[in-house]
Design a protein around this ligand. Structure first.
Ligand code: GLP
Length: 239
């Protein structure tokens, strides 16, 4: 594991954008980027969009980590929309190459089709990740099997509360989601985990230095051979 402790999100974003640009340049053809929503990756997307000379992402295929299940796809807070606003448009990705779980129909086979689509693309070259305050990755809440696959599952009350900042009330936060599993995520060839702020300190320490346990989904990342962690001083304070 490589750990970079940065002064703040802006510096973290620059560093993470550099990692992505380098991975892209090192991949012969058909780069596949795992994209993530949430506040943590925002400075990374901004830094990537601002790079000079510009990074050409027009041929990159992208797969999102997760999506709300019980929310219309055109809702402004659906991850499909968030990804379009924060990633696809500013970074010049081809919208047809950007996939979000459940975007081809929210039926019983949606999760399985998403797994197949990732596999058909050759797997994810680099997956960007945030971490939840309870140690979740994607929407794999504590208790998720460490070799779980893409599936429809439930959000914890804690996560609904944390995400209620994007909705009028906590009751408006969807209760169900579709997410890549922990097994799916850890199959990516490179992982880039971003953590900022004191509220992530405990989760980050448990993830990187605690036992590998489904009680802390992000602890599965420890076992990955190519994990880069970018954290600010407050998030890294319990390491
Ligand atoms: C959300 C997302 C995760 C994200 C996490 C942290 O619930 N499903 O993919 O990493 O919470 O979000 P943030 O970076 O905004 O703290």
């Amino acid at each position: 594991t490589r750990l970079f402790v940065v002064t703040g999100q802006e510096q973290g974003g620059d560093l993470a954008a550099e990692e992505i640009a380098r991975a892209l340049a090192a991949t012969e053809s058909g780069f596949v980027l795992g994209v993530a929503t949430g506040s943590s990756p925002e400075s990374t997307w901004r830094a990537l969009a601002a790079r000079k000379p510009p990074v050409d992402l027009s041929a990159v295929r992208a797969f999102a980590l997760d999506e709300y299940w019980d929310l219309p796809a055109d809702h402004p807070e659906s991850y499909k929309e968030v990804i379009h606003r924060q990633i696809t448009r500013p970074l010049g990705l081809n919208p047809q190459l950007v996939r979000v779980p459940g975007d081809d129909g929210k039926d019983l086979r949606a999760a399985q089709r998403y797994e197949q689509a990732i596999r058909a693309a050759g797997g994810i070259d680099l997956q960007v990740l945030g971490i939840g305050r309870n140690g979740h990755i994607g929407f794999n809440e504590p208790g998720s099997s460490l070799d779980s696959r893409c599936r429809v599952t439930q959000l914890s009350e804690e996560t609904r509360k944390a995400n209620s900042r994007f909705f009028a009330t906590v009751e408006d936060v969807p209760a169900y989601c579709i997410t890549q599993g922990i097994g799916t995520i850890t199959e990516a060839r490179r992982l880039l985990l971003l953590a900022y702020g004191p509220e992530k300190a405990q989760a980050l320490a448990a993830a990187l230095e605690g036992p590998v346990t489904s009680a802390v989904p992000a602890s599965a990342l420890q076992l990955h051979p190519d994990l880069t962690v970018v954290a600010d001083e407050s998030a890294a304070s319990q390491l």
